[in-house]
Write a protein that binds this ligand. Structure first.
Ligand SMILES: Nc1nc2c(ncn2[C@@H]2O[C@H](COP(=O)(O)OP(=O)(O)OP(=O)(O)O)[C@@H](O)[C@H]2O)c(=O)[nH]1
Ligand SMILES: [Mg+2]
Length: 619
């Protein structure tokens, strides 16, 4: 009797080791081509069973579920269902699981097994599980899954003969009958089941592995996990203020000493003013925030290195799903806390185009580190350094709230966008969780140094240039005697024009002036305020001696300051972000949309803040 050769397909999560198994099982007998109509590679090869019979083995792209979210996953689903052009339906499914990530891989495994097709499980990477201190019991897993489970180490060719034999046996078995009346299983239920099966399959475990598993149990707990994450972030923002103070004071002292030295040694001239009011006052006012930036990144890098960050993404997945996004958006959004540019670039890992677009559009609302100096200078000047509870400073609390305001704003916008301009179904998401690790001092120091260097380079180039340009625009044309220099200048004229629009939301001339150069880099808002006040006070020795914070206090009211903060939570301040958004979305349409909606939000937020504060009697 002649019949078609048996077809078996390798199915599993990404990185389960499917391709490694495929190579080991088929050796050089491979054919690579594209599936018709898509750019997904079709890899097929010949596997010889122990009986000598040939089997066509197909290597499929990794997948997290049968509800496909990317072209790759779509091919995998279609091949399994027998719907893919150019591929007959496989007779046997070889489900590849990573033993060291068993619980996560068992989620998709359940979906595949529910199809009731002849299936063999390759429990791959048992070497890695053992390295992590975990010994699994294939028999227990076999009992739980109801199909043969063969331990393998693809890269060392362990278990291959057994796997081939099991494929042959499975082919000869009838399809498993399924209970048709079984209710639909939800993703959380699958996760729960996966957890139970994975736990039951553990034969022995070292104490370290057990501790890590316990940590996961707590940190990833659906109720306990989010408050822990929240508390941790809260501590971070408290630390940004309280730890940085002595260092910031030292830098501040150094900068003013340098300014005094320049004033004392150089003859009075416009050039001396450029050096003291422009360069030293402007760049110095931004430099003061180096300690806070370093502290913020110390926490971010530590969370990454220890493996906690991926777990935070995992926790956030459910919340993100609530606004129509997935955990895949979490890492890009989190990177946007450093800077929206790498954040927007990181959205390339999001497979669904509408998910990706939404993530790009909301990324600028994550508080980037360049906004920290603006927040910090205003908070330090207007929010009293008092305690609102044991160990909780009001200043850190306000900073925390500003970050949260950005996040909530982003989530609301995502929700609205996903129901309107970027409508589409939400994609499920499961992520590999890295091992817990202690961060090495060397990596941490290197990471911090890189961040500090980026900040210093910006201060030395972009902020330096913009500050000088602004100083020139503030000093020319020269004022008549008795007239305010800033009002007479080009910059002042521009700002006075702009403040007609911004006055209703509480902005004065100097605030309007500050947000123009801040389009280059947000920190420049601080340096331009410093430069503006240095220029306008240079005739008055008493005023000139005042620190920026005192200047702000004497010229702004509390509602104005709060409105300025609210503006910076939402405003699309930096041109590089717009440029990256253009590049990543291939056109001006979406960046233009982003600019428009962010400006509208910023205007509304500042206005509401201002008038609420006035109504509350804060002014
Ligand atoms: N230590 C060890 N490494 C393995 C084993 N199997 C695969 N690997 C390695 O794991 C990595 C991922 O393996 P792949 O075969 O590319 O995984 P895949 O399932 O084809 O991944 P996708 O094609 O992305 O879905 C590679 O670096 C392999 O060398 C194993 O049993 N033990
Ligand atoms: Mg592969």
């Amino acid at each position: 009797m002649s019949k078609m050769p048996t077809v078996a397909a390798l199915v599993g999560n990404p990185n389960a080791g499917k391709s490694a198994l495929f190579n080991a099982l088929t050796g050089a007998r491979q054919k690579i081509a594209n599936y018709p109509g898509v750019t997904v590679e079709r890899k097929a090869g010949r596997l010889i069973l122990p009986s000598g019979e040939p089997v066509e083995l197909v290597d499929l792209p990794g997948s997290y579920g049968l509800e496909a979210t990317s072209p790759d996953e779509e091919v995998t689903r279609k091949v399994i269902m027998g719907e893919q052009a150019g591929q007959v339906r496989p007779d046997v499914i070889v489900l590849v699981l990573d033993s060291s990530n068993l619980e996560q891989h068992l989620v998709f495994a359940q979906e595949v097994l529910e199809l009731g097709r002849p299936t063999v499980v390759a429990l791959n990477m048992v070497d890695l599980a053992e390295r992590d201190g975990l010994t699994l019991d294939p028999a227990a897993l076999e009992a739980a899954l109801g199909v043969p489970v063969i331990p393998t180490v693809a890269v060392r060719r362990r278990g291959l003969t057994e796997l081939a034999a099991a494929i042959g046996d499975a082919r000869d078995k009838p399809e498993r009958a399924l209970d048709a009346a079984r209710p639909h299983v939800t993703l959380p239920e699958r996760r729960m089941l996966a957890h139970q099966m994975a736990t039951a399959a553990i034969l022995s475990e070292t104490s370290r592995h057990r501790i890590h598993a316990r940590m996961d149990k707590l940190l990833l707990h659906p109720w306990a996990g989010p408050p822990i994450l929240f508390a941790l972030l809260f501590i971070v923002f408290q630390a940004v203020f309280s730890w940085a103070t002595p260092f910031a004071d030292a830098i501040d002292g150094g900068v003013s000493a340098l300014g005094d030295l320049a004033k004392a040694t150089l003859p009075t001239s416009l050039l001396r003013d450029l050096l003291t009011d422009g360069v030293i006052a402007g760049v110095g006012s931004v430099l003061v925030f180096l300690p806070q930036i370093i502290i913020l990144f110390f926490f971010i890098l530590t969370m990454e290195a220890t493996g906690y960050m991926a777990r935070a993404a995992f926790l956030m997945d459910r919340m993100m799903a609530g606004v129509g996004l997935s955990g895949r958006s979490f890492i890009p959004l989190l990177s946007s806390f450093a800077c929206a540019i790498p954040g927007i670039m990181a959205t390339r890992s999001i497979t669904d185009p509408k998910d990706r677009l939404t993530t790009i559009l909301i990324a600028p609302m994550m508080t980037c580190s360049a906004r920290l100096p603006v927040y910090a200078v205003i908070i330090a000047a207007f929010i009293p350094n008092t305690k609102v509870g044991p160990g909780i400073g009001l200043q850190g609390l306000v900073l925390f709230c500003l970050y949260v305001a950005g996040i909530i704003g982003a989530m609301v916008v995502a929700l609205v966008l996903r129901r309107s301009v970027t409508k589409g179904a939400a994609s499920g998401f499961i992520m590999e969780l890295p091992k817990y690790q202690l961060p090495t001092v060397k990596d941490l120091a290197l990471g911090l140094w890189q961040r500090a260097w980026i900040f210093l380079r910006r201060a030395g180039t972009m902020i330096f240039t913009v500050t000088i340009a602004l100083w020139i625009l503030l000093n020319f044309p020269r004022a008549e005697p008795g007239q305010d220099q800033v009002n007479a200048s080009v910059a002042g004229t521009l700002a006075n024009g702009l403040s007609v629009v911004l006055e209703p939301i509480g902005f004065n001339r100097d605030m309007s002036l500050a947000i123009i150069p801040a389009m280059a880099a947000r920190e420049v808002a601080v340096s331009s305020l410093a430069t503006t006040y240095a220029v306008s006070a240079s005739d008055d020795e008493d005023q000139a001696a005042m620190a920026l914070g005192d200047q702000l206090k004497s010229r702004w009211t509390l509602p104005m300051a709060l409105a300025f903060l609210a503006w910076f939570v939402f405003a699309p301040q930096c041109l590089s972000t717009i440029a990256v958004a253009r590049r990543e979305t291939n056109g001006w349409k979406w960046p233009a949309f982003m600019l428009a909606y962010l400006f509208a939000l910023a205007y509304a937020a500042a206005g509401v803040t201002y008038w609420t504060a006035i109504a509350a009697g804060l002014g």
